[in-house]
Design a protein around this ligand. Structure first.
Ligand SMILES: O=C(O)CCC(=O)C(=O)O
Length: 370
């Protein structure tokens, strides 16, 4: 088992004005050295075995080939209300994740966000991409990076994820600064802004439905979450010569309220269900909904956050777009049901604990259990 986590990059979900960075060691290296350590550069160098820092300890290596079972629920938002409520309730309480179809987001927009993301990673020169690198000492943390979290193996060696990413701060609007996002392809910034708005609408709709199903009234969960902090992370997983030894992204549950994930045609996402890793194959035109830890706390465990990870493969680069909806770090989150099963938590404290201790499954939300 990993013995702990070493924070390599805290690019995600920390407010621009935060000084969280000062708690952690410097993140990305200066430019040319960092360019060479991008996973895409390593993959394209033609190596036949992965560098040792990407080799997972035995206990966290994926079992390949992955299972073909894909029984995750699909929720159709066009269903009549009573069947929708029934299927959504069982998906949220038994899985913490589900595909959603007839979600109201245009299929063209889903295609466009994947297309601009792929163009950035695959058509941009290294120099162009490095222009948007996460800066280790800058107060803002969005941008192009490779090292968000790294596990520490038994031998105290850092283990890196086989992934590059671009993280965008999109909401509230005062955090949204498209000039910090790629300028290529030409409509990149417009697509990300539009996608951000559509994802917020869908996230609110889903949280409203969940709140109603639990008998809380439409807005109750959203009232506890408060103003939504939204980040969009485009992840790029290059082909890997030894997928059996690596992870694209280590196992974790998301720390905020709700995540909306778009996968391209390449499988790689796995969900932990009843102790088994299930591969969640992409479903055309669907969006994968993943409940996060604060929803578990707010609903007092009636709805559960889902542990997931990404695996790699030898031949096809995979791209995903994860849109995270989180509370402000100044927000106190507590259960709305009595008696509470979880301690109230200041979301900023939760975030720092998540990053300092590492996700390791659901250890952070479990630590709040009374
Ligand atoms: O790439 C994926 O399928 C998973 C992404 C994810 O879990 C994350 O960005 O937190």
């Amino acid at each position: 088992m990993p013995t702990g986590y070493n924070i390599i990059n805290v690019c995600n979900r920390l407010d621009d004005e935060d000084n969280f960075r000062s708690y952690f060691e410097p993140l990305e290296q200066p430019s040319m050295e960092a360019a060479a350590s991008r996973v895409q550069s390593i993959s394209q160098s033609g190596i036949s075995s992965v560098p040792p820092e990407y080799i997972q300890p035995n206990s966290t290596r994926p079992q390949l080939p992955p299972s073909n079972k894909d029984p995750i629920p699909t929720i159709d938002l066009d269903d009549d209300l009573s069947s929708l409520q029934k299927s959504l309730h069982s998906a949220c309480s038994e899985w913490g994740a589900f595909h959603v179809v007839n979600h109201g987001v245009s299929i063209n927009l889903l295609r466009d966000i994947q297309c601009v993301g792929r163009t950035f990673f695959e058509s941009g020169s290294t120099e162009d991409k490095m222009e948007y690198s996460c800066q280790p000492n800058a107060p803002a943390s969005q941008g192009y990076g490779s090292r968000m979290l790294a596990t520490q193996s038994n031998q105290n060696n850092v283990v890196l994820d086989w992934r590059d990413y671009f993280d965008h701060h999109t909401l509230p609007l005062q955090r949204r600064d498209p000039s910090r996002w790629p300028h290529f392809p030409h409509h990149y910034r417009q697509v990300v802004s539009h996608y951000s708005d559509q994802m917020q609408t869908l996230a609110n709709h889903l949280l409203g439905l969940m709140s109603e199903i639990l008998g809380l009234g439409h807005s109750r969960i959203q009232e506890v979450v408060g103003e939504v902090y939204q980040n969009i992370t485009v992840s790029y997983y290059p082909p890997c010569p030894q997928p059996e030894l690596t992870l694209g992204l280590q196992a974790h549950s998301d720390m905020g309220a709700i995540t909306l994930l778009l996968q391209d045609h390449v499988s790689g996402l796995q969900l932990l269900k009843d102790g088994q890793w299930l591969t969640i194959h992409p479903l055309d035109h669907a969006i994968l909904v993943i409940l996060a830890d604060q929803t578990e706390v707010i609903t007092n465990g009636k709805y559960r956050s889902a542990v997931h990870r990404a695996i790699t493969n030898t031949s096809n680069a995979r791209l995903s777009v994860a849109t995270f909806h989180d509370p402000a770090r100044t927000r106190v989150i507590s259960p709305v049901f009595e008696p509470p099963k979880y301690r109230p938590v200041l979301y900023g404290d939760y975030v720092s604990s998540w990053y300092t201790k590492g996700p390791e499954g659901k250890r952070n939300v479990d630590a709040l259990l009374l």
